[in-house]
Design a protein around this ligand. Sequence first.
Ligand SMILES: [Zn+2]
Length: 81
Amino acid sequence: MSDFSTEFRLPKGCPNCGSHRMRVSQARNPDDKVFCSSCNTYVCLYREAEDRLDNDPKSQSEEMIEKATNKDERELPPKHS
Ligand SMILES: [Zn+2]
């Protein structure tokens, strides 16, 4: 059965060892369990993993917006000089 599993990268690392390498059945059913590829810890259902995969680019762009905002704030002259 484990021969029919496939590996993928999860943005959120394994809660046990921090590895981003995850393993799921090749069928990739939403209800299939996702296990850490390194230590075999159960991480989440594939449905939840897919949600996190979908959210990853969004959170990255949010991070970039946040950085841009911080940069703008830094470029403002100090109010008390
Ligand atoms: Zn792990």
